[in-house]
Write a protein that binds this ligand. Structure first.
Ligand code: SF4
Length: 200
């Protein structure tokens, strides 16, 4: 899930923490374009944990099919919704600890929800954020978890939420995984190009 995708969904559905959470879960290992279509299909019939829990599993699987891992995702959507009903009166909690205490909600999803649904400073680290932060020489980390912790120490809080948005766009268009387009890069003079052995 990238922030541009979240922007599309919040424009269409408002800043609803539950829908943001569901969109994040659906987006795991799925393309943004696919996730948007599936979210629209799902939100046309279910926008609350109550309704999502009550849905027939086979019907839900059919709706989320295109995002891949559809059986797992349908199950997780219903389990997370049930946990919200059982433990949080149907609301999405607004603390990191509570969010990751819900089975099926990971680090990245928790941070996205905190930042986008509750305007709390949170760094969402995905593959682009991890790769480019390291290439820039801002950090030197091996894992996404280390990247999140290190960025929290190095980046001023006011940049936490926007960092993902900027680096995802950069990572999709310029600082791509293989052979980044360094010759076209506007921040080349600021970049240490750590680990870059081939570029265009
Ligand atoms: S100079 Fe190259 S490695 Fe550095 S951010 Fe730009 S594209 Fe990425």
């Amino acid at each position: 899930m990238t922030l541009p995708l979240i922007d599309i969904l919040t424009n269409e559905y408002g800043k609803d923490p539950f829908l943001i959470l569901i969109a994040c879960l659906l987006s795991l290992r799925a393309k943004d374009t696919t996730t948007v279509h599936v979210c629209r299909a799902l939100f046309a019939v279910a926008t609350t944990p109550q309704v999502l829990c009550a849905m027939d599993r086979a019907r839900l699987e059919k709706i989320v099919f295109k995002t891949g891992f559809y059986k797992n995702k349908a199950r997780i959507l219903q389990e997370v919704s049930q946990a919200l009903l059982d433990r949080f009166e149907g609301r999405v909690p607004d603390t990191f600890e509570e969010l990751i205490s819900i089975k099926g909600v990971g680090l990245k999803t928790a941070n996205l929800v905190l930042g986008l649904a509750f305007d709390k400073p949170a760094i969402c680290v995905d593959t682009h954020v991890h790769r480019i932060s390291n290439r820039l020489g801002l950090i030197a980390t091996k894992t996404v978890e280390q990247t999140e912790q290190t960025l929290q120490k190095k980046l001023p809080q006011r940049y936490w939420t926007v960092w993902n948005k900027l680096l995802v766009m950069w990572g999709q268009n310029i600082c791509v995984p293989l052979s980044p387009k360094c010759s076209q890069c506007a921040i080349k003079s600021e970049c240490k190009r750590v680990g870059v052995t081939r570029s265009r």
